[in-house]
Design a protein around this ligand. Structure first.
Ligand SMILES: N[C@@H](CCC(=O)N[C@@H](CS)C(=O)NCC(=O)O)C(=O)O
Length: 239
């Protein structure tokens, strides 16, 4: 049964920071006993590439989880009660709350030992930091402005230029290796590629960036991979 229907009362937003600071054994999350019996829950939404990063990791690693679709135009109070910043993604695992897509990827990689980059762990973290300020900022904001919230022409130009600069960076780095780290697929690729599966929505032809095109094609071939349009769509509640 979805968590949103299980919470009997509203929890103050400030409480979540308290939960976040607790170790798993100290967790006082009200439903920790219930959580142990069910897989992790991912709260995400359609069109959210940040949520898609986490969903993608879970699908690629075949990790059992419940995907909870959130209506961002009318966020349920029960979701707001568990989301420290009122944003998706949020991951619940054994009574603990995790937020911020790249921080969640770090948690999942460490928890599972998968897609860590191995000895290149530091490199993986550097790519996640780059993503947060570059392609994970420029592309979603430009896309949002194009489709949902138009901005003045100079702002559109600024956003577009940032996207194109970031695509050039990625294309150059990928000229010498298959994935962002020498050791192969890692959370760096999962994070940096997430919004790029929507390049068509910002009027960019991926053929103009041949190394990115090859990289995305390689990711698409991975067992468990699912396009964001499919992975993030609303899943009706069973009841
Ligand atoms: N820095 C955050 C960004 C998350 C984010 O921007 N989430 C968007 C959807 S992609 C959201 O929840 N927007 C709803 C809102 O801000 O009201 C992360 O990496 O998780």
């Amino acid at each position: 049964m979805p968590l949103l229907k299980q919470r009997p009362h509203h929890t103050k937003a400030t409480d979540h920071f308290r939960y976040l600071s607790l170790s798993p054994t100290e967790s006082t999350y009200p439903f920790s006993s219930i959580k142990k019996k069910i897989p992790m829950q991912l709260f995400g939404s359609t069109d959210s590439g940040h949520s898609y990063k986490v969903r993608s990791f879970l699908l690629l690693t075949n990790t059992p989880h419940d995907y909870q679709w959130v209506d961002l135009s009318n966020k349920p109070s029960a979701f707001l009660a568990i989301s420290p910043f009122g944003e998706v993604p949020v991951l619940l695992d054994q009574g603990r709350i995790f937020c911020q897509s790249n921080a969640i990827l770090i948690y999942l990689a460490q928890r599972s030992g998968q897609f860590t980059g191995g000895e290149e762990w530091q490199g993986a973290l550097e790519w996640l930091s780059w993503e947060a300020n570059r392609i994970g900022f420029s592309l979603p904001n430009y896309r949002f402005a194009l489709h949902w919230q138009p901005q003045p022409p100079e702002v559109m130009r600024y956003l577009q230029q940032r996207v194109l600069a970031d695509l050039n960076t990625l294309n150059e780095k990928l000229a010498v290796r298959e994935f962002l780290l020498k050791s192969g697929l890692s959370i760096a690729d999962i994070s940096c590629s997430a919004y790029l599966f929507w390049l068509d929505q910002i009027g960019v032809d991926v053929a103009d960036y041949p190394n990115i095109k090859r990289w995305l094609a390689a990711i698409c071939q991975l067992p468990g991979w699912c396009h964001p349009n499919e992975a993030m769509k609303r899943i009706p509640n069973p009841d």
